[in-house]
Design a protein around this ligand. Structure first.
Ligand code: VTB
Ligand code: MG
Ligand code: MG
Length: 327
């Protein structure tokens, strides 16, 4: 096999497998601190683990969605160069522990997450909130509309799915700011799965309603998490619309510095993640799609999905790590 046959539409396919190790390693590190009530400690070990594994990859990577600005995040900050520097130039969006509170409380759906894309193809999103709406693949374009009412979106989705509205389940972050949204969705007769945190998982769950029970994600959450979720949908199919919530002049200015000139723009999947995209997520705690890390007497097991946009492959990789001392 030569180098050319190994590269389809941009990124080397070998990277797909390499990426699995990166989220596995972060997930195992975080899982050791599952249920200890210490979000910061769990986050820190996940960041360290992800960074050291990432630095072994043959890429010339730049973190574009990371742990924050350089002065507030000593590691995996926005702009940090990662990888050996010997491979392709890529942009990276990551969240070594998406759902630090979930992990600290040992509740479902904490993930270690990463997306890698061709240089310049991920949205540079500031760390502000984003209004989001997302559904999985197989529905006509236009089934959802960020500016339509929750009732209209639920009705439109039910129609497209061919089920009554009361067979739709929406996933919403349990926050006081969502009180009206929750009321409006309940008034339609649809069910709601209220989650405490973790809307990357919430959005991804829409891609497999049979398995997860979630048809639609609605509400505001982190903008970086929006880009990560869009990277996943770019590979699985599905629709997401997101608008940055730039409600102060300071946020508008921050966004402008990151190249965002229209503060009201609605971003769709390929405006947040273009080109060839790879995405990996490993379960930290047990979830609706991925099992959490399990520490056995002789081995550690991890459960990972790894996605690739150019082939639209969805792989689930259950790994048994027998060299437990390595972790
Ligand atoms: C959001 C959501 C994340 O934290 O950023 C949320 O996108 C923070 O929301 O998935 P609040 O500021 O309202 O607490 C997560 O749930 C976890 O990082
Ligand atoms: Mg984080
Ligand atoms: Mg997060």
């Amino acid at each position: 096999m030569n180098a050319v046959s190994n590269t389809i539409a941009g990124l080397d396919r070998i990277l797909t497998m390499e990426l699995v190790r990166v989220t596995e390693r972060a997930a195992v590190a975080a899982a050791r601190l599952r249920g200890r009530g210490d979000e910061k400690a769990a986050d820190q070990v996940a960041v360290d683990a992800m960074r050291s594994e990432l630095n072994r990859l043959n890429i010339k990577g730049t973190v574009v969605i990371g742990e924050g600005e350089r002065d507030e995040a000593p590691m995996l900050y926005i702009g940090e160069e990662v990888g050996t520097g010997k491979g392709p130039a890529v942009d990276i969006a990551l969240d070594p522990l998406e759902g630090t509170t979930i992990c600290a409380k040992n509740l479902p759906n904490a993930l270690a997450v990463i997306a890698i894309a061709e240089k310049g193809s991920l949205l540079f999103a500031p760390d502000v909130y984003m209004d989001k709406i997302a559904i999985g693949p197989g529905y006509p374009e236009g089934t959802i509309d960020l500016d339509a009412s929750p009732a209209d979106n639920i009705a439109s989705l039910a129609k497209a799915k061919g089920v009554p509205v009361n067979e739709i389940t929406a996933c919403i972050l349990d926050r006081p700011r969502h009180a009206k949204l929750i009321e409006a969705v309940r008034a339609t007769g649809a069910a709601i799965r209220l989650i405490g945190d973790g809307d990357v998982a919430g959005v991804i769950h829409t891609t497999d309603p049979e398995e997860t029970g979630i048809d639609i994600y609605i509400g505001s959450g982190g903008a970086p998490e929006g880009v990560l979720a869009a990277a996943a949908l770019r590979c699985t199919g599905g629709q997401i619309q997101g608008r940055l919530i730039l409600d102060t002049p300071e946020k508008v200015e921050r966004a402008a510095k990151m190249g965002i000139s229209d503060p009201n723009k609605v971003y769709r999947v390929d405006e947040m993640a273009r080109g060839d995209v790879l995405f990996a997520a490993t379960g930290v705690t047990d979830g609706n799609m991925l099992a959490g890390v399990k520490f056995g007497r002789n081995y550690i097991t991890t459960d990972t999905i790894v996605l690739r946009s150019s082939s639209r492959t969805v792989r689930e990789i259950k790994a048994r790590h027998q060299d437990v001392d390595k972790f």
